[in-house]
Design a protein around this ligand. Structure first.
Ligand code: ACO
Length: 401
């Protein structure tokens, strides 16, 4: 039999850190985050300034290539993305194979993975040119297939990218334009969505981004890695929280219960219920993105003149939780998902699409992190474990078990 104590000697020291709460998995120049002070910066620029003055595509360029683009560079980037917004018509056969009721995130993950089959060369990123093409292809095609998941769920014909319009305006057209008439999206809504995409664009080594880096570390291609990131994002403890927030608020509304009942449920350790949209792994003071979104939500609701009982419940819940000792003691504040769900609803985005919106916003961050990982020639990700199972056992045939 193998002497386990000797094996332990051979393996060296292993640190056990479930959920990697205190483990750095890489060095990165992309995003700086201070959870205590509530600071978030992309490539050295504060999130407040970027959300105020920047546009989604230039912020995407900044994240991916490290510097804000000049007018010429930005135009070239937009042109190159546009080139790749055509998605192979055969992809439609795959979409038709899904039931209409399928969750758009499940469909998006599958379609992103399927892009690999239609673009086999994009797996190779052996030089700068191939890397640039992979970046533009992903930015172009992902937006289109993300909106197709919605069109499919509605039974609407699929739309194509309009080369005369900008990226975020195209998102609205791809989602909502119908062949029965002209469609002009409200500029207030376009600008609010642009801001929301910027706020979601990167957040260092969160669950989905770590997944993208981990999958990519085996030299899997960009589409395959992003597809895995979409699946990781879907979970209700991560990006799926924005949908969960709205569902929770709707449940409070329809049940007629007061917010206190839900607060009590969230505090009850025998009840698995958590207040969705509250708490964050890293921000233990406040989420700077939540502050910006809250302000944007107020502005958009006032401009669009939206009055919604769900929003009233959200405000009541936020106030009650912020004053509650349980939440205060654990530093549980509203996170970005608490407000993003509310604003998406006001903008007319269907609830099932909320996490897809997050994915479109997070795409440049995933790409930037994947690119950095490849360019830094990082080794394949392969954590260790502390084995807690049986010691060596003898095999017994089934009649003796
Ligand atoms: N409601 C009630 N209690 C909570 C909540 C919540 N939303 N979040 C954390 N707690 C409690 C925990 O029960 C725990 O209590 P205890 O110390 O008495 O055991 C304490 O606060 C610490 O919680 P952890 O789970 O250890 O915190 P962690 O950093 O691991 O989790 C997470 C962070 C997953 C975001 C958590 O706060 C949560 O589940 N929130 C709700 C889901 C959500 O909004 N997710 C979106 C995150 S932001 C994003 O992905 C963009």
């Amino acid at each position: 039999a193998v002497d386990i104590s000797k094996l332990r000697d051979l393996s060296g020291v292993i640190t056990l850190d479930p959920g990697y709460k205190n483990s750095g998995s890489c060095k990165s120049e992309i995003t700086f985050l201070d959870g205590e002070l509530g600071i978030l910066r992309y490539r050295g620029y504060s999130i407040e300034e970027l959300a105020d003055k920047g546009h989604f595509l230039e912020v995407s360029y900044l994240l991916i290539f490290g510097e804000l683009p000049s007018t010429k560079e930005l135009e070239q980037f937009e042109t190159d993305i546009r080139k790749y917004t055509l998605v192979n018509e055969e992809m439609k056969n795959i979409i038709d194979g899904f039931p209409k009721t399928a969750h758009p995130m499940g469909v998006l993950s599958a379609l992103t993975s399927a892009l690999t089959a239609f673009n086999p060369k994009s797996v190779n990123v052996d030089n700068e040119k191939e890397m640039y093409e992979a970046v533009c292809k992903t930015m172009g095609k992902f937006l289109v297939i993300a909106t197709w998941t919605y069109r499919k769920s509605m039974g609407f014909p699929l739309n194509y990218y309009d080369n005369t319009k900008g990226y975020v305006e195209n998102f609205m057209r791809l989602m909502f334009a119908l062949p029965t008439g002209p469609y002009t999206p409200d500029p207030v809504i376009i600008s609010a969505i642009d801001k929301l995409f910027i706020l979601h664009a990167d957040h260092e080594q969160n669950c989905s981004t770590s997944t993208v880096r981990m999958v990519g570390s085996s030299h899997a291609g960009l589409f395959a890695s992003i597809s895995a990131g979409v699946s990781a994002l879907w979970g209700p403890l991560h990006g799926g929280a924005n949908q969960a927030v709205l569902e929770m608020l709707e449940e409070i509304h329809t049940s007629g219960a007061d917010t206190e009942t839900y607060l009590a449920k969230a505090k009850d350790k025998n009840d698995p219920f958590r207040l969705m949209g509250f708490g964050h792994r890293v921000y233990k003071n406040f989420d700077p993105r939540a502050k910006i979104i809250k302000k944007a939500a107020d502005e958009v609701l006032a401009t669009l003149g939206v009055e919604d009982p769900i929003l009233e419940i959200a405000k009541k819940l936020e106030k009650a939780a912020l004053e509650d000792e349980y939440f205060k003691a654990r530093n549980l504040y509203p996170n970005v998902d608490f407000y993003s769900g509310i604003i998406y609803r006001a903008l007319g985005i269907p609830t099932d699409m909320f996490t897809v919106m997050f994915a479109i916003g997070r795409l440049p961050g995933w790409i930037a992190q994947w690119k950095e990982m490849r360019e830094n020639k990082e080794p394949i990700g392969r954590p260790r474990q502390i084995y807690t199972g049986h010691p060596l056992r003898d095999f017994k045939s089934s009649d003796k078990r």
